[in-house]
Write a protein that binds this ligand. Structure first.
Ligand code: IMP
Ligand code: MG
Length: 176
């Protein structure tokens, strides 16, 4: 099977939207500072672009986390394979995510940060696939709501490929 990627959201639209998201976050945290938590690897392009558009003081930190389906592990805990360096107690945390899909990872991460005593925990997501949601979470700032299609680019991968595309694309498979 050969893959073909077609453009869903062009680069200019992403750039404009991320600028708007940055302005929203800046307005909301006027007079305060924030910690942007980038969930690796997918959110790295989005998080850095977002950070550049924020006008309040920003520190950035990075994390690798994955979650198991809620039914398989009763505790439903999130596995953190790279944790933050920052003590987030009393801080305003903005989680930068590439996409909210089932919402599993994010809802658990949010709880982890709240348990660590963060002052606020907000979710800023580039993309949202609301049709796929199983966990009770909504993004506080969302770039684009998209249909239930597998997308790549701007950090998102298919089998670790296509993260470097400057746009969001949809992968299609065709017979060779
Ligand atoms: P969930 O919300 O816990 O189900 O997991 C979301 C994660 O799954 C995202 O951070 C992505 O890494 C990955 N993901 C979900 N949908 C897509 C997609 O369409 N393309 C690429 N990765 C995806
Ligand atoms: Mg991810």
């Amino acid at each position: 099977m050969k893959e073909k990627v077609s453009v869903l959201i062009p680069e200019e639209e992403l750039t404009a939207k991320i600028r708007e998201l940055g302005e929203m976050v800046s307005r909301e945290f006027e007079g305060e500072d924030i910690v942007i938590v980038c969930v690796l690897k997918g959110a790295v392009f989005f998080a850095t672009e977002l950070a550049k558009r924020i006008t309040v003081p920003v520190t950035m930190d990075f994390m690798i986390a994955s979650s198991y389906g809620s039914s398989t592990i009763s505790s439903g805990e999130v596995v953190i394979s790279k944790d933050l360096d920052t003590d987030i107690a009393g801080r305003n945390v903005v989680i930068a995510e590439d996409i909210i899909d089932t919402g599993n990872t994010l809802s658990k991460l949010k709880r982890v940060f709240e348990n660590r005593g963060a002052k606020t925990v907000k979710v800023c997501a580039m993309l949202d696939k609301p049709d796929r949601r199983t966990a009770p979470i909504t993004g506080d700032y969302v770039g684009f709501s998209i249909p239930d299609k597998f997308v790549v680019g701007y950090g998102l991968d298919y089998d670790q490929k296509y993260r470097n595309l400057p746009y969001i694309g949809v992968v299609e498979f065709e017979e060779e």
